[in-house]
Design a protein around this ligand. Structure first.
Ligand SMILES: C=CC1=C(C)c2cc3[nH]c(cc4nc(cc5[nH]c(cc1n2)c(C)c5CCC(=O)O)C(CCC(=O)O)=C4C)c(C)c3C=C
Ligand SMILES: [Fe+2]
Ligand SMILES: [Fe+2]
Length: 344
């Protein structure tokens, strides 16, 4: 058997124009695991309402963060893939769940190199129906239709792996050095509360009431909220943060359904109003900087903080192509591909 790895991230539009953003958002938001309502209602909402106004607004936001080489998320994911490839002896390909760099092309690239056993690696620390699950489900559909002889194994969410927490903590520590911050906000991408209930394998545990995520349960293997809260708790423990100097919030809500709370924008506003002058923010739901970190947090978040009287607003970059992160991915890949050598 020849092994290969497919790293998968979310994706971006081909360019920051309303036309390309519309195409990308159309594919993204018509995914039944992203907007999880019946097909006819989803089509009416996405095509009849969201795609009429949002592409122009989102394209303007993308324009503010776009790099000469392209979308930050894609460029940073490509840098990561190239660096990981240098540290492992198996082909490492990169694909995106939405947009032009499809999972089908990624699998084909590996198959063309003689690979018949793939490690599918969704680049998300926490499980969510709208991220990890949609990747694994699509990869399996593609396998059945186009690559029936291929074996695919998926990497589960790695939110609580001690070596991941160590790499994330080291990065946070490095970027906070010399910063006299008063509060560190852990801001995670939000999801509608309904998604949490749908992914509850016990069908009875998740109440989203503050305490369910702290009570041990089988549900936690697929509970995005629990996994986000755990990342905050484990990093805070590792870096010995004092109670009250850090908190968790959820960003990027869309539509009128209740999403996970507290919301990031309102939390930044509250911190500013409370008299916090120097805050920092880290975004551990994203492994690569993207629209949601570079525009929504670093630009809009900062503006809210300043309007509320805040002064210094430090944004901690995502792990991107950080050397320790690259080495950790290479270590995990080798542990899967050559367990006898790595000793697992
Ligand atoms: C119902 C809508 C959405 C859900 C659920 C959702 C979950 C989710 N998304 C990410 C990661 C990213 N999302 C990004 C952009 C983005 N997300 C949504 C909507 C939902 N996301 C929209 C409409 C957009 C596009 C931008 C906009 O119009 O506001 C990105 C950035 C992509 C980029 O090109 O830079 C990322 C990354 C996670 C991790 C997640 C669930 C946990
Ligand atoms: Fe999103
Ligand atoms: Fe919970």
């Amino acid at each position: 058997m020849k092994k290969g790895i497919l790293l998968v991230n979310l994706g971006s539009p081909d360019s920051p124009t309303p036309k390309d953003v519309k195409k990308y958002l159309g594919e993204f938001l018509m995914d039944e695991r992203v907007i999880d309502i019946p097909f006819i209602a989803r089509t009416a909402l996405v095509k009849g309402i969201i795609l009429k106004t949002r592409p122009k607004q989102s394209a303007a936001a993308y324009k503010k963060i776009w790099w000469e080489e392209g979308s930050p998320l894609i460029v940073l994911s490509e840098r990561l893939q190239k660096k990981v490839q240098k540290q492992v002896d198996f082909p490492v390909a990169l694909a995106m769940r939405y947009g032009s760099m499809t999972i089908k092309k990624g699998l084909q690239e590996l198959v063309d190199k003689g690979v018949d056993e793939v490690l599918l690696f969704p680049l998300y620390p926490q499980f969510a129906m709208a991220t990890t699950e949609t990747i694994t489900v699509l990869a399996e559909e593609l396998r059945q239709e186009y690559f029936p002889k291929l074996k695919i194994e998926s990497v589960p969410a790695f939110y609580n792996k001690p070596d991941y927490i160590e790499v994330l903590s080291n990065s946070i520590k490095k970027h906070l050095e010399g910063k006299n911050y008063e509060h560190l906000l852990f801001s995670y991408h939000g999801v509608p509360e309904r998604h949490i209930r749908k992914s509850d394998v016990t069908k009875s545990h998740c109440k989203i009431n503050g305490s369910c995520c702290k009570t041990p349960s089988k549900a936690h293997e697929f509970c995005y909220r629990h996994q986000c809260l755990e990342v905050t708790r484990l990093v805070a423990e590792k870096l010995q943060f004092k109670e009250g100097t850090y908190s968790t919030s959820f960003q990027s809500r869309l539509g009128f359904d209740p999403w996970l709370q507290p919301y990031t924008d309102r939390t930044i506003e509250r911190l500013g109003k409370q008299g916090i002058k120097n805050m920092a923010i880290v975004t551990p739901a994203f492994v690569s900087d993207c629209l949601e970190t570079l525009e929504e947090i670093a630009m809009e978040g900062q503006e809210i903080f300043h309007e509320m009287g805040g002064k210094d607003f430090t944004t901690i970059p995502c792990l991107n192509d950080d050397a320790e992160w690259v080495s950790l991915l290479a270590k995990w890949i080798n542990a899967w591909a050559i367990p006898e050598k790595v000793g697992v």
